[in-house]
Design a protein around this ligand. Sequence first.
Ligand SMILES: C[S@@+](CC[C@H](N)C(=O)[O-])C[C@H]1O[C@@H](n2cnc3c(N)ncnc32)[C@H](O)[C@@H]1O
Length: 326
Amino acid sequence: MAQINGNNTLKVASLFCGCGGMDLGIQGNFKFLEKYYEALPFEVVYAVDNDPYAVKIYNDNFTHQCEVKDVRDIIPQEVPDHDILLGGFPCQSFSIIAQNPPRLGYKDDRGKLFFEMVKVLKEKQPRFFIGENVKGLLSANHGKAFPMIIKEFENAGYYIHYKLLNASEYGIPQKRERVFIVGFRKFEDYFNFRFPHTQTETKSVLKQVIDPNANQDEKWFFSQKAVEGMLRVREKMNKGRVQDINQPCNTISSHLAKVSLNGTDPVLMINERYRRFTPREAANIQSFPLNFSLNSVSENRQYRAIGNAVPPVLMWKIAKSLVNIL
Ligand SMILES: C[S@@+](CC[C@H](N)C(=O)[O-])C[C@H]1O[C@@H](n2cnc3c(N)ncnc32)[C@H](O)[C@@H]1O
């Protein structure tokens, strides 16, 4: 590998880091489903998120510390020098799930947060950046938002590759589809980069990550009343999304914190009873390692942070593709 800096690592700055799915993935050195994802030559030197609960989880799991901060308060000149900027910029307003209010796209205030990423890129000019967002970004604002976002990144001085990836094709037991935008300051890097290969022949499935102990705890099962309520409206609406445990799970989101049988969130059917996922199972579905600590915040906060995360295994594979071109 080419000499990158004094200690052969690339420095990483992470905006909107949440509980650290991207950050864990890019650094590597973790295990998921008996497979070891080796340490990669990246070192996170700066991490920011404005959710103190996600930050608490983050700081329980990484040696470097994340700051609770609104990215709009960042002064780009004060961000430490780095080689790669990460940003899973908030997606609510680009999401096609967010129907009420409908499709706000980049007109919404939260949709503008990616401009904060652009500001840091313009000032610090790292060699690479990786952005992540929901599939709906590609079609938001009648297809107008995405080209505008790409143009902004290009104007900041970057060549861009982007791709919609389905996590289930990369060894993760979840059909999560997300757009990844990878930016390169040098044309040569852009030219050489390839997104990771899919591994469709060996999919990981839900039964590999569900916890049989949770089947013994009444707490995780929906009440009879909730089931009856769901059955009353079921004919009209497609509710109560029971998962096939021999397949990857449907996408989990931060909404799991409020999971109900009257929503479209995935649930389990155990001995003919509906059961929600535990926060640990949600983390497993997202490919976090079993030793990733969650417990210092409430279960609701755990669901929220985990549901928002980028699957670490998927991020590891993208980061590994970057390592291949160094
Ligand atoms: C999609 S999640 C990112 C997940 C993260 N990249 C990961 O892999 O775990 C978006 C994050 O943006 C954070 N966020 C939203 N608005 C913010 C703001 N104004 N300043 C800082 N962070 C913000 C949220 O708290 C959330 O953690």
